[in-house]
Design a protein around this ligand. Structure first.
Ligand code: FAD
Length: 404
C-alpha cells in the first residue's frame, strides 16, 4: 500500500485522485501540479474561454476546498526524477516524495515550430491556461492572424479569432483539414464552413519562415512562394507525449510510455494514463495513444478501480468532440482504418453523420450537429453492436430500435 503519488494534475491526474477517494482509498494522495492554477479543464481553452467572457474559476474541476476535504495534497512543483529502487519521486525543489504507487499523468506538450523567428513573442501556442489567457488579452489589439496547422485546436482557435473580428489565414500541409482525424466528407464540410465565415484556408502548403521587423511579426512566408501578412501567428502542429521522466527511469517508451491493458508500466508500482500513455488495447488490436478527455478520464477511473481492488483491463470506447464556430463535431468510436463511409443526414442542412465501416463492421461515427446520432453511437458501441450500412444511410430506420 502506501501513498499514491500522481505526476501531472491535468484531466487524468485529477480524475485518478478523485476516483480513488470515491472508491474509499484511504492512504495519502499527492497530486503534483506544475501549473500555477487549481486543476482545470483544457477543452475550453480553445473554445469558450478564449472568447473572453468567463474567468479562470469557470475552468476548475473543483474549488480548492475539495482537495482539503478529500485529503488530496496538491503539491506545487515539477517532478524531475523517479528513483524506482527507493520508490520516491524527486521534485525540482529537492523534496522527495515516497510512493507506494506512482501514476504518470504527464500529458503532452506542443510540438514547436523549427523556423526562423519562431521564438518571437507574437508566435503563440495553445496548451495551457496561461497560453489561452495571453491570447485572449492580446487578440483585441491584433488584426491578422496566421494559424499554422488545421487540426482541431488550430481550427477552433481560427473560428474564434474570426468571430472576434480578426482576419484569419490557416495553413495546412495536408490536402485537407483535420486529415489525420476525420473522413474527407467531414473535412470538406468544415473547409466550406470556415471559408463561408471568411477564413482563408491554404492546403498543401507549409510555412517556411516567420517574417519580422524590429522583433515584431509582420507575416509568414509559404513554401509556394507567397507571403501572408500577420501581426500574430498561432501554431497548432500537434503534440509530443511527455515520456522523458519514464525513459530516464528506465521504463520502456516508444511513441508514449508503454503500458499493458491494465495501464501498468513494466514496473508494477508505476502506471501511466492519458495523453502520455501508449496502451495495449485488446479491443482495437495493438497499441494506442489517444489525446482526448474521454481517454484520460476513463484511464484514470480504470486505474483507480485497480488500485482499490477491482482489477479490469481498460476497455472503454473512445469518443471526442470539437466545437468550431457554430458547428459541433462529435466522434464516437475510432474512425481510422475504414474502407467505406456512409452518410446519414444532409451536409447542406448542416446536420449529418459519417458512419465509417470496415467491410460491414461499424468502426465509428462522426456527427456534425447531430448529437442524437453521436449518443446512439456511444450506446451502440457500449452494447458491442453494429448496424448495417444500409440502415445507417436510411433516415427512416429507427436507430433507437437497434439499441433495444
Ligand atoms: P494533461 O491534461 O495535459 O495534463 C498533464 C499535466 O501534467 C499538465 O498540467 C502538465 O503541465 C503536467 N506535467 C507534465 N510533466 C510534469 C512533471 N514532470 N511534473 C509535474 N507536472 C507535470 N480533448 C477532447 O476530448 N475534446 C476537446 O474538445 C479537446 N479540446 C482541447 C483543447 C485544447 C486547447 C487542448 C490543449 C486540448 C484539448 N483536448 C480535447 C485534449 C485534452 O485536453 C487532453 O487529451 C487531456 O487534457 C489529456 O489529459 P492528461 O491528464 O493526459 O494530460
Amino acid at each position: 500500500d502506501g501513498p499514491v503519488v500522481i505526476i501531472g494534475a491535468g484531466h487524468g491526474g485529477y480524475q485518478v485522485a478523485a476516483s480513488l477517494r470515491q472508491a474509499g482509498f484511504s492512504a495519502a494522495i499527492c497530486l503534483i501540479n506544475d501549473e500555477a492554477h487549481l486543476p482545470y479543464q483544457r477543452p475550453p481553452l480553445s473554445k469558450a474561454y478564449i472568447k473572453g467572457t468567463a474567468g479562470p474559476e469557470s475552468l476548475m474541476f473543483r474549488p480548492g476546498k475539495f482537495y482539503q476535504d478529500q485529503s488530496i495534497e496538491l503539491v506545487a512543483g515539477r517532478a524531475v526524477s523517479i528513483d524506482r529502487a527507493g520508490r520516491k519521486v524527486l521534485l525540482a525543489s529537492g523534496r522527495p516524495l515516497p510512493y507506494g504507487h506512482l501514476v504518470l499523468a504527464t500529458g503532452a506538450r506542443n510540438r514547436l515550430l523549427d523556423l526562423p523567428n519562431a521564438n518571437l513573442p507574437d508566435v503563440k501556442y495553445l496548451r495551457i491556461l496561461d497560453d489561452s489567457e495571453v491570447l485572449r488579452q492580446i487578440m483585441p489589439s491584433k488584426t491578422r492572424v496566421v494559424v499554422i496547422g488545421a487540426g482541431f485546436i488550430g481550427l477552433e482557435f481560427a473560428a474564434t479569432a474570426r468571430i472576434k473580428g480578426l482576419e484569419v489565414d490557416v495553413l495546412e500541409l495536408a490536402p485537407r483539414v483535420m486529415a489525420r482525424a476525420v473522413t474527407a466528407e467531414v473535412s470538406e464540410y468544415f473547409q466550406a464552413r470556415h471559408r463561408e465565415a471568411g477564413i482563408r484556408i491554404h492546403l498543401g502548403v507549409q510555412a517556411t519562415a516567420i517574417e519580422a521587423e524590429d522583433g515584431k511579426v509582420t507575416g509568414v512566408s509559404l513554401s509556394d512562394g507567397r507571403h501572408l501578412p500577420a501581426d500574430l501567428v498561432v501554431v497548432g502542429v500537434g503534440v509530443l507525449p511527455n515520456i522523458e521522466l519514464a525513459a530516464e527511469a528506465g521504463l520502456p517508451v516508444a511513441a508514449g510510455i508503454i503500458v499493458d491493458e491494465y495501464l501498468s508500466t513494466a514496473d508494477p508500482d508505476i502506471s501511466a494514463i492519458g495523453d502520455c500513455a501508449l496502451f495495449n488495447s485488446p479491443r482495437f488490436g495493438g497499441s494506442q495513444r489517444l489525446e482526448s478527455v474521454q481517454n484520460a478520464t476513463d484511464h484514470a477511473r480504470c486505474l483507480a478501480a485497480r488500485l482499490t481492488g477491482d482489477r479490469k483491463a481498460y476497455d472503454s470506447h473512445p469518443w471526442f468532440w470539437s466545437d468550431q464556430g457554430e458547428d459541433k463535431l462529435q466522434i464516437a468510436g475510432l474512425t481510422t482504418g475504414y474502407d467505406r463511409v456512409v452518410l446519414r443526414g444532409d451536409p447542406t442542412r448542416k446536420a449529418f453523420s459519417a458512419f465509417c465501416y470496415k467491410g460491414d463492421n461499424l468502426l465509428g461515427i462522426e456527427s456534425i450537429n447531430r448529437a442524437g446520432d453521436h449518443m446512439f453511437g456511444r450506446r451502440l458501441f457500449g452494447l458491442d453492436r453494429s448496424i448495417t450500412p444500409e440502415h445507417a444511410a436510411d433516415e427512416s430506420f429507427d436507430l433507437k430500435g437497434a439499441l433495444a
